[in-house]
Design a protein around this ligand. Structure first.
Ligand code: KDG
Length: 337
């Protein structure tokens, strides 16, 4: 059975926050920020005792820990600068810690996997004045340069170096390594349509797969692409987590996209759910990047301007999305009979 998770960008969740998650019917928590774990700043990787304590606490509220994030691999690492191998060592140690804590999904971030300068960010005003993140190719007038093929290949080799260490450790510790697509999926981004699929070619391990973000992939190709990719990755059992969100437009069709509420974008989210069911997906559905509604105190991040990224206490938009997904899941059970 599919479940509902939400992303938090911080480690220390208050009792009130965990209670509200439980009240909303959330099943699991996804920890989206690698540097938020105790131990990362001090020793470079998370402290096992702190992770175990946190997991116990989360479980005491009827929730579970679904996905966590490894310490970031910085531009220094991608440039192979002196001393930067330590960063990869820290990530490998982090996999071991999370594996020992019984956490099953980890995600490694790589500096330079998005080219956010290619689009102009704007506040998309939607129904009743709700605000979604908008990104436009046409309104971006600032000159920029994207990497050359040679630079891209150098970057990719560094990604391979990192995965070559991380994958066997994940296999040993029975942990799945999920990649999120480049958001936005601009041309030539490492984890746009082509690079995203290439990960599986390079690392055929069953422990290597995807944090499949329906919204990000729709930004590249709308419903048809999303349905095809879910079918492809899902049949191969490589979807570990789904970011379940809607968008309007796409970069190739409209030259722009806007994040939207689940019932208010181009995709019929029930069709997406049916495709996930068809391929036997039984992980979490996580509604991140929910448009900002009246009264919301959004969780903002400069890399994705105007996007309400993670769950926050009292967020109307998130409560709406969670209820919407739970209703879709109830309808799915009826549909199955
Ligand atoms: O959840 C992840 O791993 C992401 O990379 C998501 C990003 O933080 C961000 O929300 C972009 O979609």
């Amino acid at each position: 059975m599919m479940k509902v998770s939400v992303t938090t960008t911080k480690f220390d969740l208050t009792d009130a926050e965990l209670r509200q998650m439980c009240q909303l019917g959330i099943d699991c928590v996804d920890f989206g920020t690698g540097s938020s774990f105790p131990g990362v700043k001090e020793q470079g990787f998370p402290d096992l005792d702190a992770v175990l304590k946190m997991k116990k606490r989360v479980r005491s509220f009827g929730l579970d820990v679904n996905r966590v994030t490894l310490p970031d691999l910085s531009q220094r690492f991608m440039n192979s600068e002196d001393g930067s191998e330590k960063e990869l060592e820290n990530s490998v140690n982090a996999v071991k810690v999370f594996g020992e804590a019984g956490i099953k999904i980890v995600r490694q971030r790589f500096a330079g996997d998005t080219y956010n300068y290619m689009t102009k960010s704007y506040q998309a005003r939607q129904r009743g004045g709700a605000i979604g993140r908008g990104e436009s190719l046409g309104f971006q007038k600032e000159p920029y340069q994207t990497p050359t093929l040679e630079e891209h290949e150098k970057w990719w080799l560094r990604f391979l170096d990192a995965y070559a260490e991380l994958v066997p450790t994940c296999e040993d510790y029975d942990v799945n390594l999920g990649m999120h697509p480049s958001d936005s999926p601009n041309h030539d981004t490492p984890f746009g349509g082509l690079g995203y699929r290439r990960i599986m070619d390079e690392f055929p391990s069953k422990n290597v797969g995807y944090i499949y973000c329906v919204g990000t992939r729709a930004e590249e190709g709308g419903s048809p692409l999303v349905l095809n990719e879910i079918n492809h990755y899902g049949r191969k059992d490589r979807i570990f987590l789904v970011h379940f969100r809607n968008v309007r437009g796409s970069l190739p069709t409209a030259g722009a996209f806007e994040e939207a509420l689940l019932d208010d974008g181009d995709m019929n989210m029930y069709k997406i759910l049916l495709e996930l069911r068809k391929v036997g997906y039984n992980g979490c559905l996580n509604p991140d990047h929910v448009p900002m509604m009246e009264g919301d105190k959004p969780d903002l991040d400069g890399n994705w301007a105007h996007s309400n990224i993670g769950w926050s206490y009292g967020s109307v938009g998130f409560a709406y999305s969670i209820g919407y997904i739970k209703a879709l899941l109830a309808a799915l059970v009826e549909f199955e009979g």
